[in-house]
Design a protein around this ligand. Sequence first.
Ligand code: C2E
Ligand code: SIN
Ligand code: SIN
Ligand code: FE
Ligand code: FE
Length: 381
Amino acid sequence: MEDVVLAPGRYKNLHSSTSLGEKFGHLHQMIRQEFTYIDRVSVSLFDREMNALKTFVQSSKDMPLQFYECLIKNAPSLMEMKALKKNRLVNDMTVFNNGTHEHTRKIASNGYQASYSVPLFDCDDFIGMLFFNSYQKKVFKKKDLIKLDLYAQLINCLMVNKLQSSQMLVGAFRSCLGLVSYKDPETGNHLERMARYARLIARELAKKCHIDLTDEFIENLFLFAPLHDIGKIGIPDDILLKPGRLDEKEWEIMQTHSSKGREIIDAIADHLGLQSFEHLSLLRNISGSHHETIDGKGYPNRLKQDEIPIETQIVSVADIFDALTSHRSYKPAWSNEAAFEELTRLSGIKLNPDCVRMLMENEPAILAIQNRFGDAPGDHA
Ligand code: C2E
Ligand code: SIN
Ligand code: SIN
Ligand code: FE
Ligand code: FE
């Protein structure tokens, strides 16, 4: 019998629990071994609600389209690819020189000269776009495309798998949230707003403070922020709904909501067999630690400063700002001005000062969110 010599594990990195960004980087390296001219590979995901494409993951020397969003109706060529399930080859992007689309201009202004784009689907549902870009013109050859299409299908599967796991988890948690909202006064649009404040802070931190937060991280933060108080489902109604101040005993019970949240999340992930889901730690940190404060006097673990994960510090500021500006069973709604004063007071003592600053420096964005997701009068959320 002959010895079987195992081939070097060319795809082994796809099977490890590395992040999607790292997997994507490895795939790009593999693709470059064969097609040296491919300088950028990226996936933009389709957001049905906003009808927009958003950069989700990319591998390139530079990061030309970080945080980029493009309304799909402003990109007729993308609309056509989506409708007809057709790929598109542009071997000379100077044809776009007179184009008005920010997306193509940005790509071209970073020196890319050719692109091959593939729409991605989950069965019949359009989920996003895959782009291969090159700094050189006229490099994509017909025969290369056949091979590239295989990689594209691999990436398609990777994305579907990714989306399905997060949909499953998020779906399970959303169902729980639905249960919480039957009993929690914190309903209305609190969750819509605080998720958007969290995303705003994260984007600004990445831009202005050079804190390394990827698009994927920020999207997941946005998705998971509404689950921060899921542990309130375990708090008795007479405490949760109490109109006035809590007494000491009640306050002690109330404080268990963050640890309960982490336990619920672990249990659900266990039941779904998704313990290794890449972003579980994000979710556990958001729910379990969102009442830790940087002075080490928060709960449940009295974590200090950098011991508190950045996602949690972001969510705390977003949650507190919205709690202050909303009606609660125990307090009236404050004006933005009064809430800003309070945040300023808490900044550096309880809350991360950069997170507070990134929120307060963007009042127009705050007002846009409040306008879009206001609470109807009488809807005391
Ligand atoms: P919540 O109503 O969502 O409030 C979230 C966080 O916003 C609070 O976390 C606190 O950090 C901040 N916050 C809310 N109102 C004020 C305020 O008037 N001043 C300041 N400086 N910060 C404020 P915290 O304190 O850990 O409370 C967690 C949860 O416990 C609250 O969630 C609420 O559900 C409940 N809770 C807290 N205090 C009372 C109370 O006096 N009565 C009742 N019934 N519930 C309370
Ligand atoms: C576009 O598809 O509109 C621009 C080309 C690209 O991103 O590759
Ligand atoms: C958003 O929806 O992405 C933020 C802006 C808004 O809510 O109007
Ligand atoms: Fe909470
Ligand atoms: Fe909250």
